[in-house]
Design a protein around this ligand. Structure first.
Ligand code: BES
Ligand code: MN
Ligand code: ZN
Length: 492
């Protein structure tokens, strides 16, 4: 993790390895670039001209030994046409500056923000720079670990325009979010044979110790005692013992209603007896990304210490075929007492979440938000830009949408309406676990809704946004940790 902080020197006399200042299209200098240009007696603007620097967002022009500037390097970063950077552009800029620093073996950069939207841009730059130095190597061999280039960038100092308010608080939140995202990505990228339900339970205990959370990890016996017949039906085919994990952060008054996050923690989804096709089945190691999000958010919360009560719940197990596995047509009784006919064992996410949603009732929550890689149908509907948002409460939905927009970690609200419920009718139980192919993301949400009637509730289907499935960037994204941390902080 990069060490981020604020600093107050002027750009030209900042003692660091590189100072980064913004220039807009038309080579219009930001306040910090102007200060450097004055100190260098016009050398900066002259260099920009010679380089015919585009000033496009994401472009960085490195200059060496600029006269009158203490730092040996000046990074001019493109700030585009508008006066403030959008969340997306600021994130890309942070990533570009950090990548540039790594290329030059630079250890510390002082980044000077634009005068408009400086605090929000700083937040995004923290996320972008952290992303640039993220490496996954837990499952690489010793030789490739030794050979791998280590990112040089260790420290980023932010220079804010004069009169900026609340920068320290925003930085603390941003840094906690960034570390939460990295944690979520790490858990997601671990393969199924490493990231087992047992490992998730151990990670929760570790997190509890390091971040001041009360953690309860329940095993099969305790889950049976709670009557979670639906959750346990998914574990029947697996030799990996399940875990039901509860992480409690108490920053609010005793007895104050908490916000509860519930994560789908399928550590590998083969589909069970309704087996998935072989192609890209490795993606199903990311089927615990909802749980990973809960871990990331709880880590951030434990670091920020808001004055609220917040609970993270994770239902973790594997979905495997075997002689003991659940068969299509089997009927189980959920913790709520409602019975479920399992017509497709690959619709397992809802089967574990429904019992977790019932469990959440005991906290008398002010809101429950579940996060799950729930349906391929959601990927078809929304692609990888927006996650699906379903909610029984307009205020909750609007708040989540707003945080998603602000952080460019976006959601699109989908319908949650009684008319879709009919498709889940069963002749042999209170409901079936699947409807037809039509509106698959919606009927999945409707299934969960039947277990979430006692509190304001939102369901986030992150199947399309939690990971990139191919290419150089193949891996977990850490979404939507940033949006959910912002949602929590908007409640402060
Ligand atoms: N984990 C999958 C959903 C998924 C699909 C996540 C693609 C990420 C990428 C989920 O358990 C599943 O298999 N859902 C089924 C539901 C169907 C059987 C009703 C699906 O989407 O095909
Ligand atoms: Mn499945
Ligand atoms: Zn699944």
């Amino acid at each position: 993790m990069i060490d981020f902080s604020l600093r107050t020197e002027h750009p030209h006399n900042t003692k660091t390895d590189a100072v980064a200042v913004a220039v807009h299209e038309g080579q219009k200098l930001s306040w910090a670039a102007e200060e450097l240009d004055r100190a260098s007696k016009g050398a900066l603007s002259a260099a920009l001209k010679t380089a015919s620097f585009s000033c496009r967002v994401g472009a960085v022009l490195p200059l060496l030994n600029v006269a009158g500037v203490s730092a040996p390097r000046v990074y001019v970063y493109g700030a585009g046409a508008s006066s403030a950077l959008s969340a997306k552009d600021a994130r890309a800029t942070g990533k570009a500056i950090a990548s540039c620093a790594n290329e030059h073996s630079v250890g510390e950069v002082a980044v000077f923000a634009l005068s408009e939207g400086a605090v929000d841009a700083m937040t995004q730059m923290v996320l972008g720079a952290t992303d640039a130095v993220y490496r996954f190597d837990e499952t690489k061999g010793a030789a490739s670990k030794a050979k791998a280039e280590k990112p040089s960038l260790k420290r980023v100092r932010f220079g804010m325009p004069e009169g900026t308010k609340d920068a320290a608080k925003a930085l603390k939140v941003a840094v906690a979010s960034a570390a939460g995202i990295a944690f979520t990505k790490h858990l997601g990228n671990l393969p199924g044979n490493h990231c087992t339900p047992t490992r998730l339970g151990d990670e929760a205990k570790k997190l509890g110790k390091s971040h001041g959370l009360k953690v309860t990890v329940m095993d099969r016996k305790q889950i049976e005692k709670l009557g979670m017949g639906s959750f346990l039906s998914v574990t029947n085919g697996s030799d990996e013992p399940p875990r039901f994990i509860v992480m409690e952060y108490a920053g609010g008054k005793k007895g104050e209603a908490p916000t509860v996050f519930v994560g789908k923690g399928i550590t590998f989804d083969t589909g069970g007896i309704s087996l998935k096709p072989a192609a890209e089945m490795d993606h199903m190691k990311w089927d615990m990304s909802g749980a990973g999000t809960v871990f990331g958010v709880m880590r951030a919360v434990g670091e920020i210490k808001p004055k609220q009560n917040i609970v993270g719940i994770v239902a973790a197990c594997e979905n495997m075929p075997s002689g003991r596995a659940t068969k299509p047509g089997d009927v189980f009784t959920s913790m709520s007492g409602q019975t479920i006919e399992v017509l497709n064992t690959d619709a397992e996410g809802r089967l574990i979440l429904c019992d977790a949603l019932t469990y959440a009732e005991r906290f008398k929550p002010k809101a429950v938000i579940d996060i799950a890689t729930l349906t391929g149908a959601c990927v078809v509907a929304l692609g990888s830009v927006n996650a699906g948002l379903f909610s029984s409460n307009d205020k909750l939905a609007d708040d989540i949408l707003a945080s998603g927009k602000k952080m460019n970690d976006r959601f699109w609200r989908m319908p949650l309406e009684e008319d879709y419920q009919e498709a889940l009718n069963s002749n042999f139980a209170d409901m079936a676990n699947v409807a037809g192919r039509e509106g698959g993301a919606i009927t999945a949400a409707c299934f969960l809704w039947r277990f979430a009637k006692k509190y304001p509730w939102a369901h986030l289907d992150i199947a399309g946004v939690a990971y990139k499935g191919s290419g150089k960037e193949k891996g977990a994204t850490g979404r939507p940790v940033a949006a959910l941390v912002d949602y929590v902080m908007a409640n402060e």
